[in-house]
Design a protein around this ligand. Sequence first.
Ligand code: FAD
Length: 260
Amino acid sequence: MIIDEFEYWKKLPHNFSDPWFKTLCPELPFGVEFGIKYKSFSINPSTYLNYFLKTFTSLGGTTQRANLSHLNECIKSDTDIVVNYLGIHARTLGCVEDSDVFPARGQTVIAQLPQSYMNWAFFKRVLPNCAYFLMHNVKGADGESTFAILRDNGEVTLGGTYEEDNYSTDVDYDTAAAIIQRCLATRPDLLPKDQPNLIIKMHGVGLRPCHKGGVRVETELTEKFGKKILICHNYGHGGSGYESSYGTAQSALKIMKEIL
Ligand SMILES: Cc1cc2nc3c(=O)[nH]c(=O)nc-3n(C[C@H](O)[C@H](O)[C@H](O)COP(=O)(O)OP(=O)(O)OC[C@H]3O[C@@H](n4cnc5c(N)ncnc54)[C@H](O)[C@@H]3O)c2cc1C
């Protein structure tokens, strides 16, 4: 869905001395020195993934659930290509075991707003430069980056944290309360006037599958059943797996075609 996106910086970024776009965000919330507003889009992950699954099956694809401990387990006698999209588990899967893969834990709160209550999202950065906050290790404390992202069903994802090498998938309720407080402090209009509190639908904890040096899109050949099998790796998308999915899938396809 198309939304208005607000990006805020607590302090004017060092490298934004006199940006041409400085007038794009006329109204700034309290405690924000610089901000911009532009049209963007919001992807609802469930809708997005279901769309691909439906497209895949409608083209004749079939699915099977399995818990793999070694890449070889998915190579049968009629297998020609294996695409490895295992995310964080590329660190442990036999035959991949990539020690450059690491998690960046992220905690979120999903709140339900009345349908059509708002049509915007915001992202507030606290670092004094324009770098994406997900490049940095920020967690739990006051003053960290904060966001609210609206979905098409009226849900809004409030965040967040970015905790490298933290494998815990347990909800930390103090962190959740801090996230809600930071979001409402930045944009009090998140809370509908007739509601005393936000309606919390669920808490989310996820491990962003990061990879030192960026996404790994690479091919290699292995031998099994007396023939060569093409392995294509495509993992390590960190905190932008949805946004970068089309591009990295196209890169994977391109390098596979070069070998076939
Ligand atoms: C808090 C948070 C906020 C985020 N915000 C954004 C955002 O704003 N924009 C964005 O684009 N992305 C965002 N992401 C990142 C996004 O979730 C990831 O980049 C994306 O999920 C990576 O996709 P993937 O398919 O590579 O890995 P995953 O989604 O981890 O998928 C890996 C798959 O492999 C399967 N698998 C793993 N191990 C095995 C095994 N042994 N055997 C069989 N199957 C296995 C899993 O079941 C899973 O289906 C966010 C993530 C978090 C946690």
